[in-house]
Design a protein around this ligand. Sequence first.
Ligand code: SF4
Ligand code: SF4
Length: 457
Amino acid sequence: MRSGRLAVLDEHGRRQKVHPAEVVGPWHRRVLAVRALLIAIFVVTPFTRVHGRPLLLLEIGARRFWVFGHSFNAQDAPFAFLVLSGIGFSLIAMASTVGRVWCGWACPQTVWLEGVIRPIERFFEGSAVERRRGDKAPWGLVKGARFAAKHVSFVAVATLVAHWAVSLFVRVEELTQLWRGDAAAPQGIAPVLVVLTTVFYWDFAWFREQTCLVLCPYGRLQGSLQDRDTLLIGYDARRGEPRAKAGTAGAGDCVDCRRCVAVCPTGIDIRDGLQMECVGCSACIDACDDVMVKLARPKGLVRYASEESLAGGKTHVIRPRTVGYGVALVVGLVVVAIFVRRYEPFEANVLRAGGVPYAVDGATLRAPLAVHVVNKQSEASTITLALEEPVPEVVVQFPAPVIALEPFEGRTVPMIVSMPVSAWRPGFRLKVRAHDALSGRDRHLLVEVLGPRHGSP
Ligand code: SF4
Ligand code: SF4
């Protein structure tokens, strides 16, 4: 049984470098395929267009956002809130049902560290045994050259990752301008790139598994999100214990070869039970299955299983928390569907003009108003304002009835209502139609005209 300290710390609290051994096997191949796919998606996303618009671009400074080719602006903040809540909720539901699948399979930290950085390290410094030996060897030309080549590669990867990460927030063309030294390139990108590259390099070269063990809040939350029915990677102690060398009479299936420990990127022994440090990478499953195959014993001594099933019970897939998550998921999807259905490509709102809400000039009432229009689309458009359902004796003037708007541009134009005071009554309303030429959509605005009952100006 392990002590209470992290597996990567020695008895003096000093960090021990982890050199996970290579692993091969079906789970590793699946994990590699997922990581390769995710890296490919990350790489192509900034260059991918949907109907000529970015697949994903979050221009925070300009408050313009593209998701799957649809443009949004700051007025769509409720949608952003919904999406972010949905992502947060999905991670919570995932942790509760399938444990740390996100951490082991899809988290950028694991994807880059295990999928790119460790292979680079193996390429330059050899196997885990060679790397450990290399750590203790005195510095010389070969060790220095390998060290330098490895770190230059890490810097190169960190630089590329930083550029691709930034290109989710800044147009690729602007990044290119920056590298060309073009004065038109947005100022402020270069320091962000330097900071991100430094942070990524520091993580890849030194901090590594500490990110999961110490920094990541998701990792800290796992204990409170999981229960005995959560699917995790676990060791079947009922089958494996008592562990002993192969051929020992009365021994369990675990031959105490420690292969599962050797491949673990966080340095833990899965046989010590479920641990916070396990990131669910599945390396120990392949490692142990390989040993079991060689010993002609059934695979699965270490496997995906719930605590309940490892203890001999039955995993309850349908349980209060999974039902709760299912209901919340359906409600969330319905809300998103309603939002998407109601999404308007342009905004139009009637505002009170500054100053008095109305003026009475003899027998005529005049109410100065303003219409604020915003083109939320990524192409220029024109919005036309007109009175809908004209009312006898009421004159509505739009000094600028046709408003040409650039992409994401907003403008406020005047609107003046003139009518006989005698025709006015409390709650008097007019209907104004705003038509967007690009989308062909209309918005119908209900305008309340204030009059004498609201107080004399
Ligand atoms: S215990 Fe197994 S699944 Fe967990 S991090 Fe270590 S190798 Fe990966
Ligand atoms: S790899 Fe399997 S057999 Fe070897 S120590 Fe780990 S659990 Fe036991």
